[in-house]
Design a protein around this ligand. Sequence first.
Ligand code: MN
Ligand code: MN
Length: 472
Amino acid sequence: MAEKEEKNEIKELAKKLLNDDTHGAVKAGEEELSKANTFGEGYKAFLNCSKTERETVSYAVEAAEKAGFTAFDPQKKYKAGDKVYYNNRGKAICLAVIGREGTKKGVRIAAAHIDSPRVDLKPIPLYEANEMALLKTHYYGGIKKYQWTAIPLSMHGKIVRRDGTEITVNVGEKPGDPQFCITDILPHLGKDQMGKKLGEAFTGEDLNILVGSLPVGDEKGEKLFKLNVMRLLHEQFGIVEEDLISAEIEFVPAFQATDIGFDHSLIGAYGHDDRVCAYPALRAICDCELPERTVVTVLADKEEVGSIGNTGLASEYLRYFVADLAAQDGLEARHVLSMSNCLSADVTAAFDPNYASAYEANNSTFINHGVGVSKYTGSRGKGGSNDASAEFLGWVRRVFQAHNVLWQIGELGKVDQGGGGTVALEVSRLNAEVIDVGVPVLSMHAPFEVVSKLDVYMAYKAFKAYFETRVE
Ligand code: MN
Ligand code: MN
């Protein structure tokens, strides 16, 4: 009897003092799991029509206008509850809902990125070799090149013709569309390739996309295979070869988003990084009615190449947008930004049992344990990272707890294994408090990444709680 009592006492003590390691699905419960499934359906539909930054901005504008947002006009006077957006060149977007207190105590920002690793065309891409037509490419972002061969690709982007007219391109997504691919050598003849290191077996110049195999006409001649593809492109888009110079054409995996696992608990798709945070952050602001403080969702471009360029967050457009909101209240941007805070909404690496040695299990994020919080990112001794303050992380904990957000803390892999960065660094330059909050991903940066529906839904709950909370 005494022994049993002692056992119970120890159990109680452990419950009181130690971290709760109950499985996330058990903590969340049936009702939340069912909501996560419903949310996942919307997310998959979004993924299938938003594979590039341009397509994601188009989707966001449409969703925002449906939710009552209008294009921001700095000359106009806005009141609490008004919803506005700023479309930056069709590749990035800032959305805001004016709070009851406006910008007086700072604004709350959720910042996600909407560009993903992919294969871009070079300015003069089309050529032929040995009776096949191909496109030269320049990859974008951190890819493992071998993963991009022998998979179906689709073509997305914008072409500006010599007369200035703009053509939007999307080939390979609709039923009946052709798709494209980068070929690989058969194992039977792969001796030379197999003898190389993984990182050296494919070079950037090997990533040439197969786009045709028939010549034009029935005479022998020069460049007839190339000419046939150009003839078809001219028929479909009215372009000539030179128009491909003023173009941004991105080849991305042609896969559709799909459930993974017998239990349908996971979603496999291209571009979870970082649309899996962009979608919840967009939905959270669209569903936010009358917050206390003004709230902002920014969906940024160019994170995968260091946030550079005028649509990346190293640009000033977020600061300008907040400055315009501050001006509405007669305040200076620098004062508002210094009181502001931000959830840098980007993915983190989910613990993968196939590669367990790359992680430190006590400090990793796990599939189905909720939205992941990273106090810092970076590499080699937190280099190049924003290390969130204990005070701000303490506040975020209280917010998540008060709003029943399932969340977990983790680092990206074990110390000195590698590392990564997010837009947190760019936002911290504005003197705002920032912390990384995002969905754990398996196979990050692969053409086909995997996330958990429960974690995606918890990201939505996290951003919504952050926008609406009264926790001080
Ligand atoms: Mn990312
Ligand atoms: Mn990334």
